[in-house]
Design a protein around this ligand. Structure first.
Ligand code: SAH
Length: 219
């Protein structure tokens, strides 16, 4: 069995090689990703691969995003301590744990019930009490709990969900991968009063943002 110390070493190397040297230099992000034990968010038989530079399967056809993607998105969200962040697509719960470690108060929504339950239990085991996990369709955000300082969508949408944009605080950011003719691009929208500005970030690869369980007839 690999010792906890070995995971800490692997984590430091991940931060150095996959983040810092790849251009993610935000110190708060680097510190958070050095602290959160990523292996505890993947199935046990994949613990030894948890710090590799790739996405990994977490069951139900879904994946935990690769470390670089989590680091980049965490930096682009420009989180300030105490800010309220909505995540759509909890998956393993790892991205939410990283944002909480950065000081955010996170509400994360996952359409696949068993994944939401597992994410909640992984987060609870780590004592991550700044994260709440809900099962459901997050395609339209979570208006009842908003507005949000940041919304991070970790599944690829067919276009800008207007409903989410309306749930942003003034100055709030919406980070979302959107598909154009087969390519996925990560966009950052920012609410400035009545205006919504947009910046294009990098190409990316996410699973699709799907309708919720009831709508998909999976309930
Ligand atoms: N952020 C995750 C990785 C996300 S994978 C992590 O850190 O591990 C994308 C997730 O989005 C999948 O678990 C998928 O089930 C979920 N998803 C897809 N469409 C959704 C929707 N409409 N509402 C909520 N979750 C959704």
């Amino acid at each position: 069995m690999t010792a906890r110390r070995d995971y800490a070493v692997a984590r430091r190397r991940m931060v150095d090689e996959q983040l810092r040297r790849a251009g993610v230099t935000d110190r708060v992000v680097l510190k958070a990703m050095e602290a959160v034990p990523r292996h505890l968010f993947v199935p046990r038989m994949l613990w030894h691969r948890a710090y590799e530079p790739c996405a990994l399967p977490i069951g139900h056809g879904q994946t935990i995003s690769k470390p670089f993607t989590v680091g980049l998105m965490s930096a682009l969200l420009e989180v300030q301590p105490g800010e309220r962040i909505l995540e759509i697509g909890s998956g393993s719960g790892y991205q939410a744990a990283v944002l909480a470690e950065m000081g955010a108060v996170v509400h994360t929504v996952e359409r696949v019930g068993p994944l939401a339950e597992r994410a909640a239990s992984s987060l609870a085991k780590l004592g991550c009490d700044r994260v709440t996990v809900a099962t459901g369709d997050g395609s339209f955000g979570a208006a009842d709990r908003g507005p949000w300082h940041g919304i991070i969508v970790t599944a690829c949408a067919p276009g800008l969900p207007e409903a989410m944009a309306r749930q942003l605080e003034d100055g709030g950011r919406l980070l979302i991968p959107i598909e154009h003719e087969g390519d996925q691009i990560l966009y950052r929208y920012r609410r400035e009063g009545e205006r919504l500005s947009v910046e294009r970030s990098v190409g990316c690869q996410f699973v699709p943002l799907l309708p919720g369980v009831e709508e998909a007839g999976l309930a």
